[in-house]
Design a protein around this ligand. Structure first.
Ligand SMILES: Cc1ncc(COP(=O)(O)O)c(C=O)c1O
Length: 463
């Protein structure tokens, strides 16, 4: 029995939650003791609790609500599509206008030689699809030994069996018997934490590219199918790689004909100041995963974008293999597709990419200024995503003792001040809806200032 059961009104949402839900990515002991945080409604960049208390959603939910909450137009489109064709699938050659129109729109937007879009429901299933397509393609072209996928330590690509294996964060593997075979992890490009003493950014990225090369050599270049990366690591702590990193990594991959899977689940659709992270960081993707801002999270939908040469191989094999035997009941769901399409149109009509790029200037400026605070060892960010890292000693970069829980404390104080941020250890992530205004950016950072001041008192008490 959860300890809170007896204290809470049994009809309250908190009590009912504790008796009914198994929460994802949640400390189950803590929620049992403290109860859940109930969200009642949301509008624009703000969420509200049951008592109407307003909180600025500085994380756009889970890095996803690009256009903000409560858009009537998207509700209207969902309603119309539900009345017209509430469900249709793409199996066995069936199709529907909403899926086609969305795929056309995506192909128009992505900065890569793109041929087709395969729809799913989540970033995880998109990345599972990526792995399966890499395996399928190499089997079909007679290179069945090319099976390994190189991901990165600290990368986050989801939590299903395969995507969870790509994720390079220990808690997502421990006790789940992951990773599966054929998934490798190379270095994280976290310069602040992982550079050696005196190492310049250039030397650091040279070393990482050399390590990638050595890994490929050790594994056997003909056994490696693809490398997967988020242009900016999100859940791993908002890791923005140093200039030149992707150019050097991509040169190594090109040397061995290894594909680049570009996981744009967070960075896609305006987050980094350009439409896609690939543009901000000069990445040349072979394939791409998209989700989150694709529909601004109004409905679940993801996509895997594939080039012509892969589709050609799939098509050419059909006399022999029969069906392309992969897909989901909800691949190309017409309601999700219609809503995602309208979301992308609204983003275009309202100039949201340009707005986000403009807002990134005051956002990044305020973020950098946090670096003056005695508790902040590092700030990093690009576009409208960023993080600052709390440290016990700025000179030595010494982290706080785990027991101090500095990051968790700051997150809680920020929430009390009316702001959602996310503590990834002692790195505090910020990723507001792309429609945030300059005044709201001021509000966001004023609340962080309050939370930082309170955290400074906390760490002294906890010392
Ligand atoms: C870069 C990246 N890839 C994949 C995923 C997994 O997406 P989902 O939670 O929709 O499965 C996430 C989720 O945060 C992500 O940040």
């Amino acid at each position: 029995m959860d300890p809170l059961h007896n204290e809470l009104d049994p009809n309250s949402l908190g009590a009912r939650d504790l008796k009914s839900l198994l929460h994802p990515s949640t400390n189950l002991g803590q929620i049992a003791a403290e109860g859940p945080v109930v969200q009642a409604r949301a509008e624009g960049v703000y969420v509200y609790d049951e008592d109407g208390r307003q909180v600025l959603e500085g994380m756009a939910g889970l890095w996803c609500t690009a256009i903000g909450f409560g858009e009537d137009e998207l509700a209207d489109v969902a309603r119309e599509q539900m009345k017209k064709l509430s469900y249709a699938h793409l199996f066995g050659g069936k199709t529907n206008e909403a899926s086609i129109a969305l795929a056309e729109k995506i192909l128009e937007m992505v900065p890569m030689p793109a041929s087709r879009v395969f729809f799913g429901l989540s970033g995880s299933d998109a990345n599972d699809t990526q792995i399966k397509l890499m395996w399928y393609y190499h089997n079909l072209i007679g290179k069945p030994e090319r099976k390994k996928i190189i991901s990165r330590i600290q990368g986050y690509h989801g939590t299903t069996v395969a995507a969870g294996s790509l994720t390079g964060l220990a808690p997502f593997h421990a006790h789940f018997d992951l990773p599966i075979p054929n998934i490798l992890h190379t270095d994280s490009p976290h310069y602040y934490r992982l550079a050696e003493d005196g190492e310049t950014e250039d030397q650091f990225t040279d070393r990482l590219a050399a390590n990638l090369d050595a890994m490929i050599q050790a594994e056997g270049p003909d056994t490696v199918a693809a490398f997967i990366a988020e242009p900016v690591m999100g859940a791993g702590g908002v890791v923005v790689p140093p200039d030149g990193y992707y150019e050097k990594m991509q040169a190594v991959l090109d040397r061995y004909g290894i594909f680049f899977i570009d996981d744009e689940v967070i960075t896609g659709f305006g987050r980094t100041g350009q439409p896609f992270g690939a543009q901000t960081f000069d990445i040349r993707p072979t394939t791409m995963s998209i989700a989150k801002a694709l529909s601004s999270a109004y409905l679940p939908i993801s996509g895997v974008i594939v080039p012509e040469f892969m589709v050609d191989a799939f098509r050419a094999a059909s006399p022999e293999v029969g069906n392309f035997a992969h897909g989901f009941t909800y691949s190309g769901h017409p309601v999700c597709s219609a809503v995602a399409l309208r979301n992308l149109e609204l983003i275009e009509e309202r100039g949201v990419f340009d707005h986000a790029a403009r807002m990134s200037v005051p956002f990044q400026e305020r973020l950098r200024r946090l670096g003056d605070h005695p508790l902040v060892g590092n700030t990093r960010g690009v576009g409208l995503i960023g993080a600052f890292e709390l440290v016990a000693d700025k000179q030595t970069k010494k982290p706080f003792d785990k027991a101090v829980a500095a990051g968790a404390h700051l997150m809680q104080r920020a929430f009390e001040a009316g702001l959602v941020v996310r503590a990834l250890g002692d790195s505090i992530a910020i990723c507001p809806p792309l429609v945030i205004s300059e005044t709201q950016i001021d509000e966001l950072f004023s609340k962080i200032d309050i939370a930082l001041a309170q955290t400074a008192e906390h760490v002294v008490r906890a010392a």
